[in-house]
Design a binder for this molecule. Structure first.
Ligand code: NAI
Length: 277
């Protein structure tokens, strides 16, 4: 259903790798709501070719950029403004990658070069995007910038290892740049802390199926699907949320407010009964 919530708005959407990607759904929803935008991803992700389908579907050009490179981000932001014919109204940061998680290194045996890459790709890239946007004066007043986070920024999920620190940093960058861009241009900056979601980045985390099921059983509404996360992003890009800024917004079906749920009690009781039998 479209209400043309983003009619006349233009922006940049990063991180659409394949149909499962959260950014993919955001692009589809933004297109349906009347936005025009540029898609971007790391040049290496482009080789997989999937993003071209999305580009055709949304009539959105692709400008490749490694989000760790300020030069490539400069080319992205200037190219996007050139293509879209003016300054931007929204930016989605949907980028995450940890070589330590990929290589299943446990928290006591992290590779520190990898750790730096994790921070660079998953958190500092967000600062770099806003730095470039500020230097190019690339944002319209009341523009909205959103990045995707995870509750491991606040709570311990052992297999999430160094991504937990990256997310904590990402959320802190949202607050600090949110202050700066708010004062300068009334731009808002938020993070959405999303439920576990079955995507390439998500399922790469060790024990993903277990913590997907656990979160689903703990959340009164169940895990929030990627499509619902996309809807939340659209609401934050729209004019209906103009005074929401510097927040980490939990989009998790209620997970973060729970202590224990009936489902988990039931599952643990059954397990104990089986062990006794
Ligand atoms: P995904 O794997 O589809 O997306 C991750 C994207 O990051 C990919 O498109 C990848 O190409 C891009 N990327 C990696 N390195 C890059 C670089 N150097 N420059 C530019 N782009 C780069 O997975 P998903 O789940 O859609 O991830 C999107 C965001 O959502 C990430 O920040 C992730 O941490 C976050 N998130 C995911 C959850 C999940 O369970 N899947 C839960 C909460 C947050």
């Amino acid at each position: 259903m479209s209400n043309n919530l983003l009619a006349g708005k233009v922006g940049i959407i990063s991180g659409a790798l394949d149909e499962k990607s959260i950014a993919w759904k955001v692009a589809q929803r933004a297109h349906a709501q009347g936005a025009r935008f540029v898609l971007t991803n790391a040049p290496i992700a482009m080789r997989m070719g999937e993003i071209k389908k999305l580009s055709a579907e949304c009539d959105a050009p692709i400008i490749p950029a490694d989000a760790t490179s300020v030069e490539e981000l400069e080319a992205l932001f200037s190219g996007a403004q050139e293509h879209l014919g003016g300054k931007l109204d929204f930016v989605l940061h949907s980028i995450g990658m940890s070589p330590n998680v990929r290589k299943k290194k446990d928290y006591g045996n992290l590779d520190y070069k990898f750790f730096q890459q994790t921070i660079d790709v998953s958190a500092m890239s967000f600062h770099k995007m806003m730095h470039v946007a500020e230097k190019q004066d690339a944002l319209n007043e009341w523009a909205s910038i959103v990045a995707l986070s995870y509750i491991a920024a606040q709570r311990v999920f052992p297999d999430y290892t160094d991504m937990s620190q990256a997310k904590a940093m990402l959320e802190s960058i949202a607050r600090n740049y949110g202050h700066r861009l708010g004062v300068q241009k009334k731009v808002r900056v938020n993070t959405i802390s999303q439920s576990p979601t079955k995507t390439t980045a998500g399922t790469g985390v060790g024990g993903f199926d277990a913590f997907f099921d656990y979160a689903d059983k703990m959340s009164p509404l169940g895990n929030a699907p990627a499509e619902a996360c996309a809807d939340y992003c659209i609401s934050l890009f729209s004019d209906l949320t103009r005074y929401v800024t510097m927040q980490n917004l939990l989009h998790d079906g209620g997970f973060s407010s729970m202590g224990i749920s009936e489902h988990v009690v039931e599952a643990l009781t059954k397990m104990a009964e089986t062990q006794q039998a």
